[in-house]
Write a protein of this length. Structure first.
Length: 205
């Protein structure tokens, strides 16, 4: 993405580490509940089945720990985390815990980070978006309920602003599909999903 497209700081001032902690509380139970026979199921994220999406999200969680510490991240390939051992669900929980700790460390949101030199808070919001939207993808694909914590209004506020800032460039690069229409009365979260190109009413086949 072009740096100029990403320089707007989300209006919400809640620390990214706290927001990630809230998202992680909802994310880990969903991943833990995925059964082996569901790994080949389709997801609302058309490019991935459940296994591929878990591997992608796992990789994001690991690499964004490095970005919080102003270190280099490697997205050139996605390791096979699911195939690395039967304890992948608990390893995901541990890596997510480490992600929250990394973005809660002093200075994590200050300055810039990553190869593109983006504002660190913006980068933190990118992983918050993945840890929210992709977990919804996984929950829908495996028949689970998922909603962000309704008390954590900062999550939706921050994500909504971040998506609005990122969407034009993200669509050009293929990260987001075209927005999906939503009816009047749609929730903030449904509007967020629609803006990323997801159908909030998607159900597994």
């Amino acid at each position: 993405m072009d740096k100029s497209d990403m320089d707007t700081k989300p209006a919400d001032s809640d620390p990214v580490g706290e927001l990630l902690g809230v998202a992680a509380e909802r994310a880990v139970p969903v991943v833990r509940a995925i059964t082996d026979d569901q790994l080949t199921a389709r997801t609302p994220c058309a490019d991935y089945d459940v296994r591929e999406l878990v591997d992608h999200l796992f990789h994001v969680v690991v690499q964004f720990q490095a970005l919080a510490a102003k270190k280099s991240a490697d997205f050139s390939h996605t390791p096979d985390h699911v195939g690395a051992g039967a304890d992948w669900r608990e390893r995901f929980a541990e890596e997510t815990k480490q992600l929250v700790a990394a973005w809660s460390a002093p200075g994590a949101e200050e300055g810039t980070t990553g190869a593109m030199g983006l504002p660190a808070r913006t980068v933190g919001c990118m992983v918050l978006l993945d840890l929210t939207v992709h977990v919804w993808d996984l929950a829908r694909a495996t028949g689970q309920e998922y909603r962000p914590d309704p008390a954590a209004t900062g999550v939706l506020h921050t994500l909504g602003q971040a998506v609005a800032d990122m969407a034009p460039t993200a669509r050009k690069m293929g990260f987001f599909a075209d927005p999906v229409p939503v009816p009047d009365g749609a929730s903030d979260f449904e509007r967020l999903l629609a803006e990323t190109g997801r159908d909030p009413g998607w159900n597994r086949p």
